[in-house]
Write a protein that binds this ligand. Structure first.
Ligand code: FBP
Length: 344
């Protein structure tokens, strides 16, 4: 795993340079307007370059068996025995890429899994059911998760399953090495910030509307911050406090952010930093408990300090209780079931 982390660090140092020099070296803009990635987004030149950097460095470690990238439709299976190892790495090489051309923070997100049956690595045939089992595991199987934020400084935030807490490293660009710059513990962060794309509010479901309204009542001291790069919004939440959400709505029924290579690693970090990460949208289930059925599956997400998530749970419980009461739960099984599930 250490070799994989080193490869990710090395990639991020190369990506940092590409990002910093993108206007000078002609890497800004889209590849062309017809090139979309597996998630349906228009691909930027830097999306492709950074994806190649990650794949190349990870394969060279000889430690990986499967690579999952936001930019690749299918999983990359390393068949060549000389290069094949027994770890799966899932990553979004450049998250928030719509912010590249205006010089706003963007990031790389990653997570590492150990193959379930690594003893047989040498002889293993990549039959499709075995492969699916390996790829579509829930977030509790992550053994290391992290992100790199390319901002005024480049920082790596990482958590390793067998070690407590979340660590932050800052890139010394002169020496091209990461220096440890502290633990991240969200529990003692007190800034009152809510972070959500409010331009979607007309399409929100009742739970999101009522919850976000709590932050805007006249007697509250909350302020809103929204960058539109998940890594940057999450980094601020971890370091200052508050919450971040990208919920489902009437237009995006499954939310926008991807389960495996965006939400799982971020949820892992948030929980290890003392916060919470749930689905929201009338579900209080943990993000890490989702059992994905597709590589590029999306999910609604609500993360942050536990106090903020409890606010959501209480306000949503009230909506469900009121609806049960109004509609007489005996004759409205759907709402009653929703309430029961939510309570559990
Ligand atoms: P990309 O995968 O295209 O980078 O999109 C992901 C993302 O940019 C997140 O980083 C961010 O939280 C979200 O989309 C912003 O979406 P919106 O512009 O709809 O608020």
């Amino acid at each position: 795993m250490e070799e994989i982390i080193n490869a990710i660090k090395k990639s991020s140092i190369q990506i940092e340079e590409k990002v910093r020099r993108s206007a000078l070296d002609g890497f800004q803009g889209n590849v062309n307007t017809d090139t979309i990635n597996s998630s349906g987004d228009v691909q930027k030149k830097l999306d492709i370059i950074t994806n190649e950097i990650m794949i190349d460095n990870l394969i060279k470690t000889k430690c990986c068996s499967i690579l999952l990238s936001e930019e690749n439709e299918e999983a990359i299976i390393i068949e060549d025995k000389e290069f094949r190892g027994n770890y799966m790495v899932a990553f979004d090489p450049l998250d928030g890429s719509s912010n590249i051309d205006c010089n706003v923070c963007i990031g790389t997100i990653f997570s590492i899994y150990k193959e379930t049956d690594s003893k047989e690595t040498d002889s293993k045939e990549t039959d499709s059911s075995n492969l699916e089992k390996e790829i579509l595991r829930n977030g509790s199987n992550i053994i290391c998760a992290g992100y790199i934020i390319y901002g005024p400084a480049t920082e790596m935030v990482i958590t390793i399953e067998e070690k407590p807490g979340v660590q932050k490293y800052t890139l010394d660009t002169d020496k091209k090495e990461y220096i440890y710059t502290g633990e991240i513990d969200i529990t003692n962060k007190t800034k009152q910030i809510y972070s959500i794309n409010e331009s979607n509010c007309e399409n929100w479901f009742q739970d999101t509307k009522e919850y976000i309204d709590l932050y805007k009542r006249p007697n509250t001291k909350y302020t809103q911050r929204y960058i539109g790069s998940m890594v940057a919004d999450v980094h601020r939440t971890l370091l200052y406090g508050g919450m971040f959400s990208y919920p489902a709505d009437t237009k995006n029924k499954n939310g926008k952010l991807r389960v495996i290579y965006e939400c799982f690693p971020i949820a892992k970090i948030m929980e290890k930093a003392g916060g919470a990460a749930i689905i929201g949208n009338f579900s209080r289930n943990r993000i890490l408990d989702i059992n994905p059925t597709e590589i590029h599956q999306r999910t609604p997400i609500l993360i942050g300090k536990k106090e903020e998530i409890i606010k959501y749970i209480k306000s949503t419980r009230n909506i469900l209780l009121n609806n049960c009461y109004k509609n007489n739960s005996n004759t409205n099984d759907d709402i009653y079931d929703l309430y029961e599930n939510f309570e559990n």
